[in-house]
Structure formats: structure tokens, C-alpha cells
Design a protein around this ligand. Structure first.
Ligand code: GUN
Length: 280
């Protein structure tokens, strides 16, 4: 039976340390979250970000726009926030309505305030093995969990299922930068289970139930980034947890695994960006 990785506890420890650190800062770091439209999942995530930020002493502002805001109007607002010295960290909650091109929005965010680590400068720095202003939050949280549980990455075969710009791609690069041998799988991958069975560290970030017991090597480390509601409206992840836990060495639950780490990383990034901007 695998060790269950307690993301909630690790996240709580990070937030507690951050809260103490923030008390000693000259001013409160300020995080601005922009939300467009009324996507129910985004409402939950944005609400959670605000609540967690305020609980540890980060000032947070949510700017909510109607679905019909133009791309130009949104970019103008981002440019204003980029040059507002009272704002240290900025994110635009994704997904955006179809008429707004996500890449144009991300391009307009100043890399120094890009708390998601999504801009070309920050992803490029990551790719080049440099230290970006901010690392993408979910991948950063996954790496932190592996480190907290002293799970060796170097030399291991890490298989990442999912190739999104938010999780799969940056996570693969972070694992590579930590000397893993990395395979990225996706919806067009042939013989998925043959590849996943080779994984020492198996990470799934798909948003559908895709990882079953016969796809996992004995004593593999299994990290589940997926989170969605099943047919009974129960929150679940990509991995068939009940069966996979019997053969994995470590496994993350859903909820309570990677999810809380994303928020903790976001708060860490906010404080780091604040510090970068206050060192003149
Ligand atoms: N939507 C889902 N995950 C994320 C995230 O990490 N950042 C942003 N901005 N939007 C998201």
C-alpha cells in the first residue's frame, strides 16, 4: 500500500511560513486576478485564490469583466496594471471567451508581474535552464511535493500524460531540468499503457479517468493533477486511486493532493515577485 502524499499538509506549512514572512515585509504584496465571464470553475478558483491570499496577509483584488469585453479593452487594462507600482502580481484566469486570444493576453502581461509564469520570457527562461521570475504554479507544486517526500527525480523515468501549456509542458521541462528522463504522452499517443508502465514517476494531467492499475509499474510514484466531477458529482482525478494505491509506492489523492499545492505556489510566487520589485 502506497504512502499517500498529503498536499494539504505541505500546502498548509508553506502558507504558514509565508504568512510569517509577509508580516516582516515593508508593505503587503498585492495580487490582482482578472476574470472574464462567469465560468463556474473559474468562480471557484478565483474565489479560493482571493481567500487564501487574504488569509496570509497578501492584498488581493479581483477584477471581473462581462463575457463581452473586447481583447483590446482587456489588454489596455493589463497594460495599466503592468505600470501600476502598487500591483506586484497579476494573472488572468483561463479559459477566456472564444473571441479573446489567450496568447495575446499572456503576451501583454509584464514578465515581472506574471505570477503564473506563462509569458514567453518566463517559459523561455525555464526552457533555457535559467531562473524565471515565476514558475508555473501547478508544476512547481508537483516538484515541491516530490522534494518534500524525498523522492529522487535525477535519473528516473518520468512520464507526463497531458501536454497543456499550463501543466504538461512546463512540468516536463522542470523534471528534465532536475535530470529526469522525460516522456510526454498525449491524446494521440499510441500504446499509452506500454509507456506509462515504464514510468518510475507517473504524472497525469488530463482531466479524465485515464490511469488504471494495469498501466502502473510496481512501486511507481503516481501524481494525479486531474480534478473533475464524476457522474455522481463527486470530485475525482485522472487516476483510479483505489486500485492504483495498492501497487504504487507514493500516490496523491484527489482532492487533497496537487490542488492545494497550486494555491501555495501562487502565493509563493506573489511574494517572490513582490520581493523582486521592491529590491531597487
Ligand atoms: N485556469 C486553470 N488553471 C489556471 C492557472 O493555473 N492559471 C490561470 N491563470 N488560469 C487557470
Amino acid at each position: 500500500m502506497a504512502t499517500i502524499i498529503d498536499g494539504k499538509a505541505v500546502s498548509a506549512k508553506i502558507l504558514e511560513n509565508l504568512s510569517a514572512e509577509i508580516k516582516n515585509l515593508q508593505e503587503k504584496p498585492h495580487l490582482v486576478v482578472i476574470q472574464v465571464g462567469d465560468n463556474p470553475a473559474s468562480n471557484i478558483y478565483v474565489g479560493l485564490k482571493k481567500k487564501k491570499a487574504e488569509a496570509i496577509g497578501i492584498k488581493s483584488t479581483v477584477i471581473k469583466y462581462d463575457e463581452d469585453i473586447t481583447e483590446q479593452e482587456l489588454i489596455k487594462k493589463i497594460e495599466d496594471l503592468n505600470s501600476d507600482s502598487n500591483v506586484h502580481a497579476l494573472l488572468v484566469q483561463l479559459p477566456l471567451p472564444k473571441h479573446i486570444k489567450e496568447t495575446n493576453i499572456i503576451k501583454s502581461i509584464s514578465p515581472k508581474k506574471d505570477v503564473d509564469g506563462f509569458t514567453a520570457q518566463n517559459t523561455g527562461d525555464l526552457l533555457n535552464g535559467l531562473i524565471p521570475c515565476a514558475y508555473s504554479c501547478t508544476p512547481k507544486g508537483v516538484l515541491r511535493l516530490l522534494k518534500e517526500y524525498n523522492i529522487e527525480i535525477s535519473g528516473k523515468h518520468a512520464v507526463v500524460v497531458g501536454r497543456s501549456n499550463i501543466v504538461g509542458k512546463p512540468l516536463a521541462i522542470m523534471l528534465l531540468n532536475n535530470n529526469a528522463t522525460v516522456t510526454i504522452c498525449h491524446s494521440k499517443t499510441q500504446n499509452l499503457s506500454q509507456i506509462t508502465r515504464e514510468a518510475d514517476i507517473l504524472i497525469s494531467a488530463v482531466g479524465k479517468k485515464v490511469i488504471f492499475k494495469d498501466m502502473v509499474k510496481k512501486d511507481a510514484v503516481v501524481i494525479d493533477v486531474g480534478i473533475f466531477k464524476d457522474e455522481n458529482n463527486k470530485t475525482t482525478g485522472d487516476v483510479d486511486f483505489e486500485n492504483v494505491k495498492d501497487i504504487a509506492s507514493y500516490i496523491t489523492p484527489v482532492p487533497g493532493g496537487v490542488g492545494p499545492m497550486t494555491i501555495a505556489s501562487l502565493m509563493e510566487n506573489t511574494v517572490e515577485l513582490y520581493k523582486l520589485q521592491s529590491i531597487k
